[in-house]
Design a protein around this ligand. Structure first.
Ligand code: FAD
Length: 630
């Protein structure tokens, strides 16, 4: 009998992080995937990060995951987004060389001694004695483990649509997973169907870039990893073109052949990443849409026309593409298509991503109704870590709250409210955005990763060093002052800044919106001598100190409820003073904390007070029973 601690099914973005986290915690992991050549394959846009998503990538790194390293190593264009807005919503985005990314993912996974890779299609689960204990592959092989993490992406009963043509597949070029979805249904898990789509891939040689606007990346390159320096790939520009009234007319004329509009696909797709058919119907007054032509890699001719996902017949795709500037002679290497797939209702999950009905079975990624590599990877890390914790009866699951991470927000949204459409992360989903920034992901999470064993000692000591540099620099800025002498004010005016009226600490001076770190260095050359790599963290802490402190007060106010854990299997019938409706809702969701209970629609603050009082009494009587028995 083959036996592991943890089996991870699927080697996409969730599967990579799940197996990596579990192995780092010392587990013996079996990573099974239907296609081992496509570890970390980017099914759609070859890019990582973007608004809200880059926060997740940085959190994954702070917890010990690998996505930031992979994209830093294989990125061919890096950009900082939203810089005109406040630092809470600054985001990093990079385009990857798609093949290099997948190769780097394969290399890192195969180099980890705790992970054994197997290529096989998992058809069934080994459910014994009320627990998921392993899987059965298409070869009839039984593989046993203490816990199983499913990260099957868009593969469960995947059905690809190109116009009126439909093909079974997990994505173009990969087989769909057939048996597993039925097994999940048989185990009582609620299933749904969603859809997503991708763009045609274009042949670079057939595009006239000379007539198109070029968009380079940013310099210096904004990287993802805080602690790991990787080599940099050659950087490539993107180009911009636009749809036009003729493009729209062609698409409109063929809407009846679009899988999306012919009624062939009835499931719900991603609201924030609509297909071109959808954009043209919904925004009928617009006569153009911007399209970024993004290279898929350094050594490939494939170009990704971002914004043109569709499920029209191939001939129509070619025709509408050729109506656009620069694409008059374009050839299509791969068609755009839509895919429908099964997902499992995420309210079936605990906040540690274990299914409530099948102990030992964890779900992460697109199977939970999310869309996006980053959302998948973040869940993967959490499920992998918790799969290991579940092996030991004395260990509590690892749960992140909404107040400390976007990962906490993502999981809380999914398990508390569920999702009827593919869920993607946005900064607007978080209540405490100023606290949950990209730049402080390590300060929020790294110690937790270190305690779990997913962050190594070297990274931990680099983090300690960073912390101490920031602390001593902050102390210095708070203790040193500029005095409004004529000489100082002359220097300040020469920098184009308003002169001082009264003495000001450097810290207070830096708070002014127009003052940058470079100004302080010019005024105090001593400071310039000690190159500080963490200036951004210090500037943000100074400029937003008041707002951050206010948010911290709100966080502390809500943290009592967030940290009051409701015992597993709590019987809400014991609380007759709650209404039937509230009791039913609580019973169904089985919230992990009072904070989560409060976010269930229909659960009132009054109900939470009743529960809080009951839990306090319950805790007191448990403590006194324990004391009496000692
Ligand atoms: P995946 O990356 O899909 O990985 C699933 C893995 O599971 C694969 O390795 C597969 O081989 C394996 N597998 C599946 N079933 C089995 C089984 N039974 N046994 C063994 N192995 C199995 N995201 C966006 O953010 N925006 C978009 O516009 C977008 N468009 C998309 C369009 C298409 C056509 C597709 C297919 C995906 C799109 N995505 C998009 C989604 C993005 O690809 C996913 O969100 C992300 O890859 C999910 O990661 P994952 O790890 O959950 O699954």
């Amino acid at each position: 009998m083959i036996r592991f601690d943890v089996i991870v099914v699927g080697a996409g973005h969730a599967g990579i992080e799940a197996s990596w986290a579990a192995a780092k915690m010392g587990a013996k992991v079996c990573l099974i995937s239907s296609n081992m050549d496509r570890i970390g394959h980017m099914s759609c846009n070859p890019a990582i990060g973007g608004l809200g998503k880059s926060h997740l990538v940085k959190e994954i790194e702070a917890l010990g995951g690998v996505m930031a390293w992979l994209i830093d190593e294989t990125g061919i264009q890096f950009r900082r987004l939203n810089t005109r807005k406040g630092p809470a919503v600054w985001s990093t985005r990079a385009q990857a060389d798609k093949d290099l990314y997948a190769r780097a993912a394969k290399r890192i996974i195969e180099s980890e001694s705790g992970i054994v890779c197997k290529e096989a299609m998992v058809e069934d689960l080994l459910y014994r004695e009320g627990r998921c204990q392993g899987v059965i592959t298409h070869l009839g092989e039984e593989i046993w483990a203490g816990a199983v993490v499913l990260t099957t992406g868009t593969f469960l009963n995947g059905l690809i649509h190109i116009g009126t043509l439909n093909l079974s597949g997990g994505r173009l070029g990969d087989k769909a997973s057939k048996g597993l979805s039925q097994r999940l249904l048989d185990l009582g898990l609620k299933r749904g169907r969603m859809k997503t789509g991708t763009v045609p891939r274009l042949d670079k040689k057939t595009i006239d870039f000379n007539v198109l606007e070029e968009q380079p990346g940013d310099e210096p390159l904004p990287r993802f990893s805080i602690f790991r320096q990787t080599s940099v790939q050659k950087q490539l520009p993107c180009h911009v073109t636009y749809t036009n009234p003729h493009t729209h007319q062609l698409i409109r004329e063929h809407l009846h052949e679009s899988a999306m509009y012919s009624g062939q696909i009835q499931s719900i797709g991603p609201r924030y990443c609509p297909c071109i058919e959808d954009k043209i119907v919904r925004f009928a007054d617009k006569d153009q849409h911007q399209v970024f032509l993004e290279p898929e890699g350094l050594d490939t001719a494939e170009i990704y026309p971002n914004g043109l996902s569709n499920s029209l017949p191939l001939a129509t795709q070619v025709a509408f593409l050729r109506s656009m500037k620069g694409l008059e002679k374009v050839e299509v290497i791969r068609p755009g298509y839509a895919i429908e797939y099964d997902y499992v209702d995420p309210t079936e999950l605990h906040p540690w991503l274990e299914t409530k009905k099948v102990p030992g079975l964890f779900h992460a990624g697109q199977i939970n109704g999310t869309t996006g590599y980053e959302e998948a990877a973040a869940q993967g890390w959490l499920a992998g870590a918790n799969a290991v914790l579940s092996l030991s009866a004395s260990k509590d699951p690892f749960v992140l709250s909404r107040t400390e991470s976007y990962l906490g927000v993502l999981v809380d949204d999914l398990v508390t409210k569920g999702t009827q459409e593919p869920y993607r992360m946005f900064t607007s989903r978080a209540e405490h955005r100023l606290h949950l920034r990209e730049d402080n992901a390590d300060a929020r999470l790294l110690e937790k990763g270190y305690e779990l064993g997913t962050v190594d000692a070297t990274t931990h000591s680099m983090y300690q060093e960073k912390k101490s540099v920031i602390e001593s620099c902050t102390q210095h800025l708070k203790s040193k002052r500029f005095t409004p002498t004529p000489a100082t004010n002359e220097k300040i005016s020469a920098l184009g800044l308003t002169p001082l009226k009264s003495p000001n600490t450097y810290w207070e001076f830096l708070k002014r919106p127009e003052v940058q770190w470079s100004h302080i260095e010019m005024l105090d050359p001593d400071l310039a001598q000690h190159k500080n790599p963490f200036i951004e963290n210090i500037e943000i802490a100074s400029k937003y100190e008041g707002y951050i402190a206010r948010e911290q007060v709100e966080i502390s106010r809500s943290s009592k409820d967030e940290h009051t854990v409701i015992p597993k299997g709590f019987d809400y019938q014991m609380l007759p003073s709650l209404s039937n409706e509230v009791r039913e809702k609580l019973q169904k969701v089985q919230p992990h904390t009072l904070g989560q209970a409060l976010r269930i629609s229909g659960v009132t603050p009054a109900a939470i007070s009743i529960m809080s009082m009951y839990l306090k009494k319950f805790q007191q009587s448990k403590t006194s029973t324990q004391e009496n028995s000692q």
